[in-house]
Write a protein that binds this ligand. Structure first.
Ligand code: OAD
Length: 227
């Protein structure tokens, strides 16, 4: 089976009703990124950070995967699929994908401030200031904030390095190191990008499908069937 690797971002979940970050009306117009997605923000105002992610978790519980998440899961019939996602939602899991690397963490998990290796499933429940992990330290969202290392990066880069087909979907490619994963593709790897915004990437074997995720995935399925 060929290896198909997906790099997804907030845009894939937009049609499920989850806001992206940098589009107009996106989350970074409503919040300052350094307040809610940085370790400095955490030490400045934990309550604000905890509430920001509690809101995201409550929204997530009410939403569902869309046809784009489901199409990616369905590709497992014909390909060995690895999904690398920058999203902290669980919509790829709920759509049925089985191999998922969460580069930026997961909303449904928490960890203690001291220990980033042990995570705790919290489902869609809130975290409260004062909630502690078994090591006695405050629980924090299991999210990679700006300025923190990305522990899953190496695993992601290895997967991209083995890809026969690399699909980028719903990401502005603004945030590194995720955006740099494209450079780990090997010669001959076919690269598709699905996004309603035009991208100019000077890469070999590159095709943009300039559509929203659900429509773009239908077109991609047609391309893959033809080839
Ligand atoms: P962005 O908000 O930067 O980019 C969203 C992308 O989705 C844009 O390119 C949009 O054009 C596209 N888009 C919008 N609607 C779409 C749709 N219906 N179908 C397909 N694409 C659509 O989000 P990310 O690239 O995911 O990190 O952002 C990367 C990281 O920045 C996030 O993981 C988050 C954020 O700060 C952290 O918080 C650590």
């Amino acid at each position: 089976m060929k290896n198909l690797v997906v790099l997804s971002g907030a845009g894939i979940s937009a049609e499920s009703g989850i806001k992206t970050f940098r589009d107009s009306n996106g989350l970074w117009e409503e919040y300052r990124v350094e307040d809610v997605a940085s370790i400095e923000g955490w030490y400045k105002n934990k309550e604000l950070v905890i509430e920001f992610y509690n809101k995201r978790r409550r929204e997530l519980e009410k939403t569902s995967p869309n046809e784009a998440h489901k199409s990616i899961a369905a590709l497992e019939k014909d390909y060995h699929v690895t999904v690398i996602t920058q999203n902290i939602d669980d919509l790829h899991e709920r759509a049925g994908s089985t191999e998922i690397i969460h580069l930026h963490g997961e909303l449904t998990k928490a960890r203690s401030v001291k220990n980033d290796e042990k995570t705790y499933d919290i489902g869609y429940n809130d975290i409260h200031p004062g909630d502690t992990a078994p090591d006695g330290d405050q629980l924090r969202p299991h999210v990679v904030w700006f300025g923190e290392s990305v522990p899953e990066l190496q695993r992601a880069a290895q997967a991209v390095g083995k890809a026969d087909i690399f699909l980028i979907i719903g990401t502005s490619l603004n945030v590194y190191p995720a955006a740099g994963l494209i450079h780990y593709t090997r010669p001959g790897c076919r690269i598709y990008l699905i996004d309603p915004q035009p991208f100019r990437l000077n890469l070999e074997n590159f095709t943009q499908i300039q559509e929203k995720a659900t429509v773009g995935m239908k077109k991609l399925m047609e391309y893959l069937t033809e080839s």
